[in-house]
Design a binder for this molecule. Structure first.
Ligand code: PEP
Ligand code: MN
Length: 339
């Protein structure tokens, strides 16, 4: 349920409503817009008589929120959220480009890639130190050593960093070295892990599960937010369909759909969704054109010898060409992007 206060409601009126709700054992989520304040109620509504709230001064109207996700719901928080990651911000005003190797392989490899992607306009370095591979015999990642290389690369280049976490131990290690953690597609409904990510204190990138609906994905975000962490960014990375021409099917419509349902930023990963470097540029441009707040792109110094996801990784030259070509798309949608 949300309570919409009248435009320019007095602070005392807002406080009176908040106290009434909290006095009934429920919690409150306040969203202060330029003129209108919205009070979201979280908890068991049967504890409260909504009609009584209409007698409070400056209450304009009371609306039910029928969706099971509340904190992630745009009705609770109509203004778009911006999420701070290191010294960069993911939000409606700019295009954030995250780029880097699928897996951190060596310190030299990561440093070389970090310098190159920064040169081409990326502000966040991605790199997997824990790799949840389809086969247990594939390279599983350098773990904490990989995180240390991420921190080194950040020191050297000034880029913010993101790394996927797959367990409680990985979260505990990641908070020491990186600026943002990623919950991968395979863990989107690992609810224990989502809650731990919510308690980590770091911003979280939540990838869409391979077979997850928009509703399930938003409920996964709600798990993180319900632990007090509002810094959640969604990432569309393709879903599993009958089509085999691409690795997954990029659900580009998820971008405008999410813009309608949630205030959280949404970025697109054209690498894992297509599985081929050939399709990455066109999907990246489509994502920007339809309103994505950012992109996550795999880039490798030598894709032919990459330890994972070489076929979808862009070379430095291809990545540089792409970011140049993104500029006019950013101009059209009114987002800042500086190369
Ligand atoms: C990744 O980003 O390295 C990754 C494994 O992606 P996804 O979880 O989307 O498959
Ligand atoms: Mn990958």
């Amino acid at each position: 349920m949300i309570i919409v206060m009248k435009p320019n409601a007095a602070p005392q009126s807002i406080q009176a409503v908040v106290s009434y709700i909290e006095g009934n054992g429920l919690s409150v989520h306040l969203s202060r817009g330029e003129e209108v304040t919205i009070i979201g109620i979280v908890g068991d509504k049967s504890r409260l008589s909504a009609e009584n709230l209409t007698v409070y001064k400056d209450v304009d109207r009371i609306m039910p929120v029928t969706e099971s996700y509340k904190l992630a719901n745009k009705k609770f928080h109509p203004e778009p959220t911006s999420v701070k990651v290191g010294c960069t911000v993911i939000g409606p005003d700019n295009l954030t480009v995250m780029a880097g190797p699928c897996a951190v392989e060596t310190e030299d490899q990561l440093m070389t890639i970090a310098r190159a992607v920064k040169e081409s306009g990326a502000t966040i370095l991605r790199g997997g130190a824990y790799k949840p591979r389809t086969s247990p015999y594939s390279f599983q990642g350098l773990e904490e050593e990989g995180l240390r290389y991420m921190q080194e690369a950040a020191r050297e280049t000034g880029l913010a960093t993101i790394c996927e976490v797959v367990s409680t131990e990985a979260i505990e290690a990641a908070v020491k070295y990186v600026d943002m953690i990623q919950i991968g597609a395979r863990n989107m409904q690992n609810f224990i892990l989502l809650k731990e990510a919510g308690r980590s204190g770091l911003p979280v990138l939540l990838k869409r599960g391979l077979c997850a609906t928009v509703e399930e994905w938003l409920n996964a975000a709600e798990y993180i937010m319900s632990e007090g962490n509002e810094s959640v960014v969604l990432c569309e990375r393709g879903i599993r369909t009958f089509e085999t021409a691409t690795r997954n099917t990029l659900d580009i419509s998820a971008v405008p759909v999410m813009k309608e349902r949630t205030h959280l930023p949404i970025i697109v990963d054209p690498s894992h969704s297509t599985g081929s470097y050939k399709y990455v540029p066109s999907m990246a441009k489509a994502a920007v054109a339809c309103g994505a707040d950012g992109l996550m792109i795999e880039v490798h110094n030598d894709p032919a010898h990459a330890m994972s996801d070489g076929p979808q990784s862009l070379t430095f030259a291809k990545f540089d060409k792409l970011t140049r070509e993104l500029q006019p798309f950013c101009d059209i949608v009114g987002r800042a992007f500086r190369r």
